[in-house]
Design a protein around this ligand. Structure first.
Ligand SMILES: [Fe+2]
Length: 314
C-alpha cells in the first residue's frame, strides 16, 4: 500500500461499529481515526487530511449529503467518502454518488466488502494523483493509468487504446488539422477515465436502469478528473461529450448536432464500433462487417462527415 494514502476516518454514533471497522482497517495497515458525530467529524476533516472517510448516512446531527457537502466545502481535497446506511435506499445511494461520494453500503454488510471498497478508493486516489502529476513525456505513464482503469473489467482491457486507434484513423481520413487530430488522440485515450469513479459493482454486470445511471456519469467524472491538470484543457469538451449523439438521445445532457464537438462524435463512433466488435460479459464479439453495419444503421446519431469517413475506412 502507498504509505502516504492510508489515513482513514470512521464516523458513526455507534461505538461498536466504529471499533469493528477500525479493527479490520488496522489489520489491512490503515491508520484509523474515529468520530462519534458530525460536529466532531467536521472539526477533524478541517484539520487533518484523510484519504478515505467512512461515514454513517444517518447521523443525528447532520444527514448524509449535507455532511458530504460540508466536508468538501471545508476541505476540497478531503478523501473519498464511503457512506454506510441503516436502510438500503437506491435513490439515496445514487444521489450521494452523484454528489461525489465514492460508494454506498447498506447494513448489514460484510466487513470484507468494506475492506475491498477502501482499497479501491485508495487505488482511485493513486490514479488521480498520477494524472495530476503527468508532465511532458506523459504518453507512457498515461497509457499505464488508462490500462489500469480498463482492466477493472477484463472485457474492457485494451478498449481505450483501440478507440484511440480508430478515432485517429477517422480524424486523419476527415482531413482534420494536426492539432485537432492530436487533441482527439489524447481525448480518445482518456475518454473513459471517469470509469474510475463508477463503483466496481456497476461495471460488467447485467445492467439495470439504475446501474446505467451510474455508468452515465463517467464522462462528467472523467472531465472533472482531467480538468485538474491544465495539460488536458483542450480535450475536456471531447471527453465530456463523447456519448452525446446528433439525435439528442445521448448523455449526459442530450445535446444535438452542432452542440457536439466533432472530435467527441469521432470518439463516440469509435467507441460504439469497438463495443460491437469486442467480447462483452453478456455476449461474444461480432464480426467487423456486423460492426460496420450496426454503426451505419445508427447513422443518424453521428455527423454526416464522420459517417462518410467511417464508411471509407471500415
Ligand atoms: Fe464512454
Amino acid at each position: 500500500m502507498n504509505d502516504e494514502l492510508k489515513n482513514t476516518l470512521i464516523i458513526d454514533s455507534d461505538f461498536h461499529i466504529r471499533q469493528s471497522i477500525r479493527f479490520f482497517l488496522e489489520r489491512d495497515g490503515y491508520i484509523v481515526d474515529t468520530a462519534g458525530n458530525a460536529n466532531e467529524a467536521i472539526y477533524k476533516t478541517k484539520n487533518n487530511q484523510y484519504n478515505v472517510i467512512i461515514a454513517s448516512y444517518n447521523l443525528s446531527d447532520l444527514k448524509g449529503i449535507d455532511l458530504l457537502d460540508t466536508i468538501n466545502n471545508n476541505n476540497p481535497s478531503s478523501g473519498e467518502l464511503i457512506f454506510i446506511s441503516d436502510t438500503p435506499d437506491m435513490k439515496e445511494a445514487i444521489a450521494s454518488i452523484r454528489r461525489g461520494a465514492f460508494d454506498y453500503l447498506s447494513k448489514p454488510f460484510e466487513i470484507e466488502k468494506m475492506s475491498f471498497l477502501v482499497n479501491k478508493a485508495v487505488e482511485k486516489q493513486i490514479l488521480i494523483k498520477e494524472i495530476i502529476n503527468l508532465k511532458s513525456g506523459f504518453w507512457g505513464p498515461l497509457k499505464n493509468v488508462v490500462a489500469a482503469i480498463d482492466a477493472r473489467d477484463h472485457f474492457l482491457s485494451g478498449h481505450s487504446e483501440k478507440v484511440r486507434d480508430y478515432a485517429v484513423r477517422i480524424a486523419y481520413e476527415m482531413g482534420l488539422s494536426k492539432k485537432e487530430t492530436k487533441d482527439i488522440e489524447l481525448a480518445a485515450l482518456t475518454h473513459d477515465i471517469g470509469m474510475i469513479g463508477v463503483p466496481v459493482i456497476f461495471i460488467g454486470s447485467g445492467l439495470s436502469e439504475k446501474d446505467r445511471e451510474h455508468i452515465r456519469m463517467h464522462p462528467v467524472i472523467g472531465a472533472r478528473i482531467l480538468g485538474m491538470n491544465p495539460l488536458f484543457e483542450p480535450v475536456l469538451p471531447l471527453v465530456l461529450n463523447h456519448h452525446e449523439t446528433s439525435d439528442g438521445t445521448g448523455y449526459p445532457e442530450g445535446r444535438k448536432d452542432d452542440y457536439i464537438p466533432i472530435g467527441a462524435g469521432i470518439i463516440g463512433i469509435a467507441e460504439v464500433y469497438d463495443a460491437i466488435t469486442s467480447d462483452r460479459s453478456y455476449r461474444k464479439a461480432k464480426s467487423r462487417d456486423d460492426g460496420r453495419n450496426e454503426v451505419l444503421m445508427e447513422g443518424r446519431k453521428f455527423h454526416p462527415d464522420i459517417i462518410s469517413a467511417f464508411k471509407r475506412i471500415f
